[in-house]
Design a binder for this molecule. Structure first.
Ligand code: ZN
Length: 168
């Protein structure tokens, strides 16, 4: 796919404010409370449209990953730029840049309780990731895991994550 209107680059410290507002728009405040806006130099791949960051993703190195392998980190796209394949394109590039060491790539995919499909469904399917653990994080008081200010937060949100992975 050709993206005349978009440019792609890695994040720098100067992108902090725009990254924060994109994350707040797509998820709410919980990414920043989970460190998404810390140490952003080189952390994310960004899609830029008219000097504005409209999509972001990235793959964390082994020493920063939560899993036994690489980890796809905070990923989102502004509504009007969705369904153009931006994230698929950026993740393909990130995957290409990983060392060929055979370590798997994991992706923790967020969705709300009422929507069984993860928001990243098309991306995971297109890039041939497979479901590893369904509902591996459920944010509800009975689990002692709380939803920290996601955009759907009510009193008890029950938003959840499915874990996907790809062998390499
Ligand atoms: Zn929530």
């Amino acid at each position: 796919m050709i993206y005349n209107e978009y440019t792609f680059r890695k994040s720098t410290k100067n992108d902090s404010d725009q990254i924060k507002s994109l994350l707040r728009l797509c998820f709410g405040k919980f990414p920043e409370k989970n460190g998404a806006t810390d140490d952003i130099e080189d952390k994310y791949m960004l899609a830029i449209y008219n000097n504005e960051i409209v999509a972001m993703t990235g793959i964390l190195p082994l020493n920063k990953s939560t899993y036994d392998g690489y980890e796809i980190t905070w990923t989102c796209t502004k509504h009007e730029h969705r369904h153009k394949g931006l994230i698929i394109n950026m993740l393909k590039e990130c995957e290409k840049n990983l060392p060929s060491d055979g370590n798997a790539i994991y992706c923790c995919c967020w969705h709300i309780k009422d929507n069984e499909d993860i928001n990243m469904k098309n991306v995971m399917m297109s890039l041939e990731y497979k479901l590893k653990i369904q509902n591996h994080i459920i944010r509800q008081p009975s689990n002692n895991v709380y939803c920290h200010d996601c955009i759907y937060f009510t009193t008890v949100c029950h938003c959840t994550d499915d874990l996907y992975y790809k062998k390499r």
